[in-house]
Design a protein around this ligand. Structure first.
Ligand code: HEM
Ligand code: HEM
Length: 187
């Protein structure tokens, strides 16, 4: 089952929207946690943030596999050189970000000696022993990565809206699984 220029398969569409909603929610969740003072309630919320993050990682790996099978979608219509480059870079940043955010989160947790559990099922045991180097690498990746990702999600969102509603080329329709007529396929 392969994506074509005219129609994307349901795994591409499903994974895109599940991960898009989950990633935006987790970026907001993370920023909220960052502002929250220490408390038992914050500890519980961090546990939830970590569990969702680990699930995102599993889905993100499946998505990367699909991207290697299918390659990135060709734009629906002919874009200017810089728009096409920005769209390409953005797709790469988003897909790598979906992997690196959970990975840096896990590194941060290990560095802090904290456990990582999937809804109570602990698969990285908390040692209570801090490792400053790991903790700093994880924190830098998670903090800067999160801010960079927000910027690129914005570029991505603006690009998608412009192409769907101003260029009217059906870019979002195709990502909703609707069969479209791509400019590339019109000979
Ligand atoms: C804000 C709402 C979003 C909208 C309206 C949207 C829309 C789209 C559309 C229309 C495409 C197809 C582009 C094309 O055909 O050239 C696409 C592709 C893509 N989007 Fe989004 N997107 C959104 C959020 C996100 C988020 C939050 C992420 C990840 C953090 C993301 C990651 C990707 C990736 C990696 C692709 C390349 C194709 C794929 O791997 O599925 N998107 N998006
Ligand atoms: C999957 C996508 C994820 C996204 C988009 C995300 C996003 C964020 C953001 C934006 C922050 C605030 C910036 C910061 O404090 O560094 C944050 C904080 C945090 N994240 Fe994540 N995160 C994800 C996954 C994870 C995972 C898998 C873990 C650990 C296993 C994790 C652990 C944490 C922790 C411990 C904090 C710090 C909360 C505090 O301020 O004390 N995150 N996250």
């Amino acid at each position: 089952m392969r994506d074509t220029d005219e129609k994307f398969t349901w795994p591409t569409v499903g994974l895109h929207w599940i991960l898009a909603i989950a990633m935006i929610a987790m970026l907001v969740f993370g920023l909220y946690l960052e502002e929250m003072p220490r408390s038992p309630e914050k500890g519980e919320l961090i546990g939830l943030h970590k569990s969702i993050g680990v699930m995102i990682f599993v889905l993100a790996v499946a998505r990367v596999y699909l991207r290697f099978l299918n390659k990135f979608p060709r734009p629906m219509s002919v874009l200017t050189n810089w728009q096409e480059k920005l769209a390409k870079v953005t797709h790469w940043v988003l897909i790598i970000g979906t992997l690196l955010m959970p990975v840096s989160g896990v590194i941060m947790a290990i560095g802090g000696g904290h456990p990582v559990a999937l809804f109570g099922l602990e698969f990285i045991v908390g040692t209570g022993v801090k490792n400053e180097i790991l903790s700093n690498i994880g924190k830098a990746g998670h903090g800067l990565g999160g801010k960079l990702l927000i910027l690129f999600v914005l570029f991505h969102f603006i690009g998608a809206i412009k192409r769907q509603f101003f260029d009217k080329d059906g870019t979002i329709s195709r990502m909703l699984g609707i069969k479209v007529r791509a400019e590339h396929s019109i000979e």
